[in-house]
Design a protein around this ligand. Structure first.
Ligand code: HEC
Length: 294
């Protein structure tokens, strides 16, 4: 009886919590979108929730598409790396994308890094080797900000993990069961493909570009970085903004979580183990208590 009451109470509590969250969500929805709510009320960003892409690395058996990662690397090196650093990723990890040691060596040699001091106490530049990290395009954050209208382009090493945009109730409850972990790449893809004309009557600060998917404001200091046919793909994939955005987002996910496949594999094995273990424990319990009276 006690048990029944306890579970009823906890059920009621859960229902109450759910209802409260739903009401809170309605409040959100009722608030006018974006910059139109200048008169009173705190703006809620992003104005639009990220679009959902069907990633190959989603779900418990997810795996990276090597071809896509290679294309993403190409987009990063030819476009984004002019502004965005990726200083926690070393060249040698690119072997993960299916490149040979020699290919990685040749790729690294395209970059120059600072080394030293030498015997005269001076710093010097040399060709990068596989153990070096992607060099930053700017000498420091201040220089990066000065060159970009006051906003420094964030480092890319962990950006796909750093921008898991919240999806609100009730979506986040389902996300737990779906094991949704692709908020970062969904966000980056949406941002790259989400530039639009600002709604009528809305003014964006000078030097910024309206984008309803941007997480911190209605517009950001990055101009739309991608355009069709900007990067040449040699595997026949379409050279569209949409495809570039997908590929570079997948690549950034890999950069942030290179061991994702291993983690998912291990997770699955652990689940299998736990199921078997639970069965064994149950049988053990039955056999230990077989002759006891209740
Ligand atoms: C000309 C320089 C430039 C290039 C090229 C560029 N970006 Fe940016 N990016 C910026 C700046 C500046 C910001 C900071 C914007 C702000 O905070 O207002 C930024 C911010 C971002 C953000 C973070 C947004 C957030 O939520 O804070 C992402 C993601 C991003 N860029 C992706 C890319 C990708 C992917 C590419 C390549 C396809 C790229 N950028 C190319 C300048 C650039």
């Amino acid at each position: 009886m006690k048990k029944l009451v306890a579970s009823l109470v906890s059920l009621a509590f859960l229902a109450g919590f759910g209802a409260a969250s739903a009401v809170a969500q309605d409040d959100h929805a009722a608030a006018p979108a974006g910059g139109e709510h200048a008169e009173g009320g705190t703006p809620h960003y992003p104005i639009q929730h990220p679009k959902q892409v069907d990633w190959s690395f989603a779900g418990p058996f997810g795996h990276y598409d090597r071809g896509q990662l290679q294309r993403g690397l190409k987009v990063y090196t030819e476009v984004c790396s002019a502004c965005h650093s990726m200083k926690l990723v070393s060249f040698r990890t690119l072997e993960d994308l299916g490149y040979s040691e020699a290919q990685v060596k040749a790729f690294a040699a395209n970059y120059e890094v600072q080394d030293g001091p030498n015997d005269d106490g001076e710093m010097f530049a040399r060709k990068a080797v596989p153990s070096d990290y992607f060099p930053s395009p700017f000498p420091n954050v201040q220089a990066a900000a000065a060159a970009n209208n006051g906003a420094a382009p964030p480092d890319f090493s962990l950006i796909a993990k750093a921008r898991g945009v919240t999806r609100g109730f009730p979506q986040f409850v389902f996300d737990i069961f779906r094991q949704y972990q692709e908020g970062g790449p969904d966000y980056i893809y949406s941002l790259l493909t989400g530039y639009q004309e600002p709604p009528a009557g809305m003014e964006v600060p000078e030097g910024t570009h309206y984008n309803p998917y941007f997480v911190a404001s209605a517009s950001l200091a990055m101009a739309p970085p991608l355009s069709a046919d900007q990067v040449t793909y040699d595997d026949g994939a379409p050279q569209t903004v949409d495809q570039y955005a997908k590929d570079v987002s997948a690549f950034l996910m890999w950069a942030a979580e290179p061991h994702l496949e291993e983690r998912k594999r291990t997770g699955f094995m652990v689940m299998v183990f736990l199921v078997i273990f639970t069965g064994l424990i149950y049988l053990t319990k039955k056999s230990v208590y077989a002759n006891k009276e209740h």
